[in-house]
Design a binder for this molecule. Sequence first.
Ligand code: AMP
Length: 572
Amino acid sequence: MSSSLLTGIMMDRPLLIRDILLHAERTCPDQEIVSVTGKGTYHRTTYGETFRRARKLANALEELNIRPGDRIATMAWNDYRHLEIYYAVACSGSVCHTINPRLTPEQITYIINHAEDSWLFTSINFMPLLETILPDIPNVKGFVILMDEEDGTITDLPRAIAYETLLAPASDKYEWPEFPETSASSLCYTSGTTGRPKGVLYSHRSTVLHTMMCNLSASIGLSEMDTVMPVVPMFHVNAWGVPYSAAMAGAKIVLPGPHMGNGELLQELIELEQVTVGFGVPTIWLALLHYLETSGKSVDSLIRIYTGGTASPRHLMDTFLRQYGVDTVHLWGMTELSPLGTLNQAEVRTDLSYDERMDLRCMQGRPAFGVEMKLKDDVGQTVPHDGKTPGFLYVRGYAVCRGYLGPVGDENETSAHSSHDKEGWLNTGDIATIDQQGYLRITDRAKDMIKSGGEWISSIELENLAMAHPDIVEAAAIAMPDKKWGERPLVIAVKKQGSTVIEQDLLNWYKDKLPGWMLPDKVVFVSELPHTATGKVVKSQLRSEIDRYLQNNHHTKGKSPEKKVHHSGLFM
Ligand code: AMP
């Protein structure tokens, strides 16, 4: 590009999370933030009070000798204190490292050490875990326990202080500093189901841009009229950015604390607080739906729910819309994308019939502004966007990581590993098609595809079809080794309570819907599927347990030995 380009004469203000905080303080200080506490009570505060306490916390962090760039870890639920930490840590120049407490102790130890966390803020529930790994995390200087002063410090953790004791003496006068927008603001490790978790280090710039991307009306577009309930953990990808997008929009926030998967509590919260918008993985919405169906209760205030993290079953979206008038918007994203990648506003397609629109909703949608996508085949050639040809999905954008956190202190702070191509696009590890209107359909995780006789079978397609059966609540398709074909599909399904459906019924269900070679060979029923804390089925666990189960049960095609199928946990 010619060096004679003319530079614009506009201010070059850094994009800092501080500005979201200051904007909310100026425009909606009295807007409410409601949290369910660990004790099950409701805690009410406002943006004004939250950010006043964030200033106290910023002063307290200085007292603890925490310096810009230090990583401050959290192991906490969705509540007002976690929100205060988000803002105080990032806006004072340190990095808020949210840890997924459902990872294994080994993984948690690894990421605390890898990130070189200096202080750790933890909910009371996770203290026993931290006590066991304490000898292995010698660099952590101290622990702040998220509890009231009067609860007393009931822990063996050294240098532990109650959050409210830390805050009490601190001044609420604090000037949020200005620094380069590329400074790191928060850190989240990928779930690491295949290999070591990898650290995605968000910047202030990427976070502010992502927040604006979310708040476009063509996107999620929250407003001051909304009451938003993120039922996605604040320990995973900043709860899909809701703590920032709600504040930027001035929306009321409802935080469900540790009670995320409880359909009854979610219904109560929605009704009491008049929630209009919810965010959660399909499992959360299935739990709510189950409660609504069994209790006969409703969610009249709820206008739309966002679902992602894994493909959303059609019946979930259909039932919410038909029975409860709630629009389900399907999102696709990743930790590496902050996380918004695509969203599916199928309701804009007024030219389609209800059923066609419902089919469309099953796709993951079109890219959000600021996200570009391309498909490549296995030799790196570009794949056409014809809605038919699958390829490896690559993305780039304003809020996409360009590498992962390397060993801190390394000269090369981030490393792009093999996850990025030569042009710097991120290889998502997903297989997808994109149609001419730009709609993305995720057909699989590359590692979950089933290869039978040299042909790929989409596990997501098999799962969606199973879940379209009226008696099936949830399903997972995995590959079984097969002497002749290499791999053959097996479906593991959870049936509705009281249903008498048997394996052959489900095998028949598939018959007129798929070509013969794609049909699953077997169906096994289980009482529940194992999930990660972020709502994904743990297929590695299914794979490792299924062989043993099949050998023990001499499972034969078409006959479902109902009694031999497990009754609790996984395969028994
Ligand atoms: P995570 O980084 O833990 O949020 O996981 C990101 C991965 O979740 C993506 O690469 C996809 O494989 C999967 N994923 C996210 N959203 C969807 C969706 N709507 N449909 C299918 N898979 C999804």
